[in-house]
Design a protein around this ligand. Structure first.
Ligand SMILES: CC(C)(COP(=O)(O)OP(=O)(O)OC[C@H]1O[C@@H](n2cnc3c(N)ncnc32)[C@H](O)[C@@H]1OP(=O)(O)O)[C@@H](O)C(=O)NCCC(=O)NCCS
Length: 179
């Protein structure tokens, strides 16, 4: 499995593989914020320790060459964690997910990181589809995928659960770029 770079930069961002020591900064930036995590597939973290365990797993993914790639995002030259982006490959397809701390919203930053990874993915001979999905009530996320070159393909009805909103299966917008 061809592996994306462990770190990369874009015009404004720097992305690195996570470390357990990043847990307090990532918790403060996004993982403990109920507004930021509202539409995510995981519950808002209540304790920094659970995030540390998660980051440990993601760090091990890189160390053990498991196909689950996660980066923490920072503004170039800043220590503070701004957010995270990740992707999982399967059968020629790469699925993306991303989160940005609220204070960084509205500056086009997520699309910048996503575009880098979408372009990297589709430049590899083994990948044909870069895709993401988001809740129908989270149109800013769908817009981000468009800014990274993806196209809205439709709505997947009753596709995912947002545990912060309850246990119902919810409708999603699916977006992709293919070659
Ligand atoms: C969704 C999220 C990733 C967007 O990141 P961002 O870096 O702030 O994105 P942008 O700066 O490009 O701004 C969002 C875009 O969506 C648009 N937008 C925002 N709210 C919108 C709405 N209700 N309807 C339509 N478009 C909307 C904005 O106008 C902007 O597009 P534009 O630049 O063309 O005007 C960020 O808000 C976030 O992390 N949210 C919480 C976590 C999350 O939902 N992650 C995605 C899970 S699928």
């Amino acid at each position: 499995m061809l592996r994306p770079p462990e770190s990369f930069t874009t015009a404004r961002l720097s992305a690195q593989r996570p470390r357990v020591e990043d847990a307090p900064a990532a918790f403060a930036a996004y993982a403990g914020d109920p507004e930021v995590t509202r539409y995510l597939a995981w519950k808002t973290h209540e304790r920094v320790e659970t995030l540390a365990e998660f980051l440990q797993l993601r760090a091990e993914d890189w160390a053990q060459d498991r196909p689950h790639y996660t980066w923490l995002l920072r503004l170039q030259g800043e220590e503070a964690v701004a957010g995270t982006i990740g992707c999982i490959p399967a059968g020629g397809k790469m699925m993306f997910g991303y989160v940005l701390a609220k204070k960084y919203w509205g500056r086009g930053l997520t699309g910048e990181a996503l575009r880098y990874l979408v372009d990297w993915t589709l430049a590899q001979p083994e990948y044909f589809r870069a895709w993401a999905f988001c809740d129908v009530e989270n149109p800013a996320s769908a817009r981000v995928t468009e800014k990274a070159g993806m196209t809205r393909e439709g709505v997947l009805r009753r596709w995912h659960v947002c545990p912060n909103l309850g246990s119902d299966l919810r409708d999603c917008i699916i977006c992709a770029k293919v070659k």
